[in-house]
Design a protein around this ligand. Structure first.
Ligand code: NAP
Length: 252
């Protein structure tokens, strides 16, 4: 399905990104596994994918650092080929109540969750449009739609990513390139493992499906958006949240 395609997945050493890398590789794409600090996990994923015939590369780059991004793109394209599929997955949170949020807290989250994704998209789009095929999938969040007290930096960065998705999509639609976003709700990963049990219980009550999502359930949507079945879908944000946002809307 994705044979001959080259994919770059940011933040693929763990969690949702690692599962996306697995699925794109299983679908036939050559996959660059980006990581920042988790070198061992990225290397172990690379070995796992190569053991079943995948063509992969593990590559370190801090997505908030433009020099790292430039070097990463050059390295991936020289070793695997021109990038056809970009999955902007790397992200992190630094939660604080708004009144206590420093400029550094804002910038750190914005530079990673929005800045790196925007830089990669704008630098890879010219090649994709020239080759008349490309897929960009951004990882947003339901927090970027509904907000969440203590996450103003993260909510605004993810909200901006959804706006960027719609804007870029309309700019490149005629050239065979689609740009979409996947907005997960509460998914079981390292990022959410540290949440205290009483909060987890309270959130479960709000989720109509009464369970957290899995990385597989998010990665399946990313794979679909990267594949031929989604050729006529662009500029969309697909929410994967077990009904959480719909349930909140009904409760008013
Ligand atoms: P996770 O388990 O915490 O993993 C985060 C990944 O991002 C790691 O591979 C990490 O790499 C990478 N990363 C973080 N900062 C980076 C940087 N500066 N440069 C390069 N890579 C960096 O996260 P996750 O839960 O899988 O989340 C993945 C994406 O989905 C994020 O964008 C997140 O905001 C979004 N999301 C998650 C949830 C959820 O409930 N889990 C909900 C909504 C949205 P290293 O470890 O190598 O540094």
């Amino acid at each position: 399905m994705l044979q001959g395609r080259i994919a770059l997945v940011t933040g693929a050493s763990r969690g949702i990104g690692a599962e996306v890398a697995r699925r794109l590789s299983a679908a036939g794409a050559s996959v660059a596994i980006n990581y920042n600090r988790s070198a061992e996990s990225a290397e172990s994923l690379r070995q796992e994918l190569e053991a079943v015939g995948g063509r992969t590369l593990a590559i370190r780059a801090d997505v908030s650092d433009r020099d790292d991004l430039t070097a990463m793109v050059e390295s991936v394209e020289s070793q695997l080929g021109p990038i056809d599929i970009l999955v902007n997955n790397a992200g992190f949170v630094r939660d604080r109540l708004l009144l206590r949020m420093s400029l550094e807290d804002w910038n750190a989250v914005w530079e990673t969750d929005f800045g790196g994704a925007a830089w990669l998209a704008t630098h890879l789009l010219p090649g994709m449009t020239e080759r008349k095929w490309g897929r960009i999938v951004n990882l947003g969040s339901i927090v970027g739609i509904a907000g969440n007290a203590g996450q103003a930096n993260y909510a605004s960065a993810k909200g901006a990513l959804m706006g960027l998705t719609a804007d870029l999509a309309t700019s490149v639609a005629e050239q065979g390139v689609t740009v979409n976003c996947v907005a997960p709700g509460y998914i079981d990963t390292d990022a959410t493992a540290a949440i205290e049990p009483q909060y987890r219980e309270a959130w479960l009550d709000q989720i109509p499906m009464r369970r957290w999502g899995t990385v597989e359930e998010v990665a399946a949507v990313v794979e679909f958006l990267a594949g031929p079945g989604a050729a006529y879908i662009t500029g969309q944000t697909i929410v994967v949240d077990g009904g959480l946002l719909a349930g909140r809307a009904l409760k008013g």
